[in-house]
Design a protein around this ligand. Sequence first.
Ligand code: RP5
Length: 167
Amino acid sequence: MADRKKVAVVMGSDSDLPVVGKAIDKLKAFGIPVEAHVMSAHRTPEEAASFASSAEEKGFGVIIAAAGKAAHLAGVLAAHTVLPVIGIPVKSSTLDGLDSLLSTVQMPSGIPVATVAVDGAENAAILAAQMLALSDGGLNAALHEMKRTMAEGVREKDRKLAESLNA
Ligand code: RP5
């Protein structure tokens, strides 16, 4: 735990926080150190490039990048690091997030971005935890426990549904 790598959560605007906050909460629930920033591929391109370039030496293991509209943030960060970058396309007001999804996921060969669903912040956090868990036994155990709890929740719903509808 002491040498657990940090996850950077970078968002294109503070207006993304209602979505991105769910990733931050989930990472913290796993006991993963998180550092959050607002940086924009378009409005502060130098800061975004500089942050990604130095992220590995600063002890980050994964970068999560969330942006909406012409969502180039994850791709720009990925261009400047060999750390895995997870993209969260944020639903925008006009095109329902399809613009963000395509801008995030359609990366050219050589620069991958592991893109989750539109507004899929919780899955971004889980995927980041799974990446860190490859070399972190405590996190690996926490992920197994999460899956067990999730499955038990579904079985409980099945029991309740069966009680009310199959009686
Ligand atoms: C993107 O543009 C941001 O990630 C945000 O989703 C969207 C709108 O930004 P604001 O105009 O609210 O700052 O760059």
